[in-house]
Design a protein around this ligand. Structure first.
Ligand code: OAD
Length: 246
């Protein structure tokens, strides 16, 4: 089923030199990874991610939180990038300046071939010391969670609810891309979590064309010049095909 992509949008994209993209969990949904706000299923159905993905949750029950992330890491290792990820990697090659900012921690953009990826919320494949914040690559899997040589527990190198974004440099790159782009695409995000959700608004106030790709409406929809209500894995390949013949 093809989603109507207005010719005006194709023309604006074809004329653009600088494009910025923000993705959220929705772009990985078609790879089989549940979105953040989907009810957790199976083993984790009785837990609330907003409980588990917090410093307090980890302090309260480090083993439970470590094992939840270990299960998600396992699940992510078993899935593939979907046509939405692949289409964004193709789009990147088409523009002089293309910045892909993601809230996802699953590396699927990089595995699809995207190069300029800015990870705002970290990456589940990385582990760091919960005290020193240094990334640790080797650790014994005897304990759960394992400990840093300093004695503190290791934790996933991802941003938890209530934490400041660690990589100020990543946010600065994302904000610069949003402020300079001619077209900003917000894809697969509920546009509720800041500072990520501020990026399309920054682009809007800088005069960019705002495009949203999401089956549902979000707080951003009313600001978007083009709201394509469909799945990223369906809409993005169509967008790439229309641009190729523009
Ligand atoms: P959410 O789970 O909040 O939102 C996912 C969005 O994707 C929803 O708006 C869905 O409608 C949409 N969606 C679902 N399937 C889709 C598809 N096939 N194509 C396109 N869109 C689809 O996830 P995020 O917005 O990414 O932060 O959540 C943002 C942050 O909230 C996460 O990074 C996480 C959480 O706090 C941290 O972990 C720090």
């Amino acid at each position: 089923m093809s989603i109507l992509i207005p010719q005006e949008l194709i023309e604006r994209l074809a004329a653009a030199r600088r494009v910025a993209v923000l993705t959220g969990a929705g772009i990985s949904a078609e790879s089989g990874i549940p979105t953040f706000r989907d009810a957790l299923t199976g083993l984790w159905a009785n837990y609330d991610p907003q409980e588990l993905a917090t410093p307090e949750g980890f302090a309260r029950n480090p083993k439970l939180v470590w094992e939840w992330y270990a299960e998600r890491r396992q699940r992510i290792a078993g899935v593939q990038p979907n046509p939405g990820h692949l289409a964004l990697a193709a789009l990147e090659r088409r523009f002089a300046q293309f910045t892909l900012v993601t809230q996802n921690i699953d590396s699927l953009h990089q595995r699809a071939g995207s190069l300029a990826v800015v990870e705002l919320h970290g990456n589940i494949a990385r582990v760091k010391c919960s005290r020193e914040e240094t990334v640790v690559n080797e650790f014994p899997d005897s304990e759960s969670p394992p400990r840093c040589p300093c004695g503190a527990f290791l934790r996933p190198d991802v941003v938890w609810f209530g934490e400041m974004l660690p990589a100020a440099e990543a946010l600065a790159r994302a904000e610069a891309a949003a402020g300079q782009c001619e077209v900003f695409l917000s894809i697969g995000t509920s546009a509720q979590v800041y500072p990520a959700a501020e990026l399309p608004l920054r682009a809007l106030s800088a005069g960019a064309t705002i495009v949203e790709i999401n089956p549902e409406r979000t707080p951003l929809t009313r600001h978007a010049h083009f709201a394509l209500q469909g799945a990223a894995g369906k809409v993005l390949p169509q967008l790439v095909a229309r641009l190729a013949s523009a």
